[in-house]
Design a protein around this ligand. Sequence first.
Ligand code: KIV
Ligand code: ZN
Length: 512
Amino acid sequence: MSETKTITIFDTTLRDGEQSPGASMNMEEKLRIAHQLEKLNVDVIEAGFPIASEGDFEAVRKVAQVIRGPQIGGLCRANDMDIDRAWEALKYAGERGRIHTFIATSDIHMQYKLKMSEDQVVETAVNAVRRAAGYTPNVEFSAEDAVRTRLPFLARVIKEVIDAGATTVNIPDTVGYTIPSEYFNIIRYLKDNVPNIERASISVHCHNDLGLAVANSLAAVQAGAAQVECTINGIGERAGNCSLEEVVMALRTRHDILPFSTNVHTEHIYAASKLLSTITGIVVQPNKAIVGANAFAHEAGIHQHGVMMEKSTYEIMTPESIGLTQNKLVLGKHSGRHAFVQRLNELGYELTKEDIERAFLRFKSLADQKKEIFDEDLDAIVADEIIRVPETFKLLQMNVSSGSFAAPTATVEMEVDGKRKKTAIMGDGPVDATFKAIKKLTRSKARLLHFSVGAITGGTDALGECTVRLEEGGREVLGQGAHSDIIVASAKAYINALNKAASVAKRTTVHL
Ligand code: KIV
Ligand code: ZN
């Protein structure tokens, strides 16, 4: 019998994932994600880039303090200041704290970005790893843009950093350029040409610019990589990173030809995906593998018939294996608090007593308007009532008149920095009038980039869910709002985006 090797799952949703446009998260949101990752039982949570801003530092420190189980990583460039700052935040995780330092090794990056020679890059990398190893034996080194690095030089850098104390060596495809056979050969080359390679674990980190991040990661695992870096829903810089749910479920489903396992508790995958899209407002495409709305839907009659006779005819994995239950009617007007809390727990939400009270009140008022409450309605309630940023701007009340002969007019009353303000304004449509009124009251200069409306469940009494993407001061933010009146939902989404912009405004960014 062949032996099964356990692959380390390194989740970077809170670091590389947060680099997705519009995916900035505040501390509370990061902690929620970190708790869900703990439930998923990933091996490493990369919690942020501590030197990037006060907010990043605090988030990494807090995650290191409260999360038990997974190792906690913090990214830093290859310099003393970054490394010292990273350990300052990570030390609370004790021996589970991992310093992750990186420098680019490709000719293109060394020449144009770093303006450094090969020798200088090696020296900088070695010094950084030595400094990190002075704090902890748990040191990861990444050769940024490894895939476009000359292989003999890559092997030299990797050998030197292992000698300096790196225990994990990461070979990123920073620009999503490689293909599976090439990446397989790079990992094999390092195994054959780095004399001390057995003293470290090989990690892979793939971006999805050509849609190959998962395939490349699997090829690397087959070539001997021991760690895969990935994110929930595949979010991340540009086209994103290797998707955690896809790589984990591929390893699980094709165990027959991929003799590898992971420690991930896959039944928490769906809740993790939902939580992340609720928090960031980045919607999962319906046909996305594993967690998309259609991933387990059988539309063609012949398929439905087959699945009814025997599920395995068209299902290669069960919805239950990722924690997906049927979109069943869960609760109604007469449901009590106990059933409500139990269902929230099953969906992956663990709320404080105070949050439960707020969510339950909202649930009761929704149940008065709409007979049937589905899981999606509960997700929207939690998103709208609980998971929200500090409210610099608050919607108090609004009224909109529109129709086929009168000019649409919105009257909006808000609390802005603690003061009540009201205005009435006309627009090209009810949503336009509402947004104009909000902009006037908040004196916002935000530019609307995207606006979408959807019904969360079926029926004319369904909750409407709106997503708004705004650009303010060069930063993109997403806002979401849900309400049975779609104009109110639009206003809430717009205000949610403005609140996010206000809460991240003070953060500074360090570019990689
Ligand atoms: O894509 C990349 O190269 C990275 C490194 C910093 C690991 O994110
Ligand atoms: Zn990356």
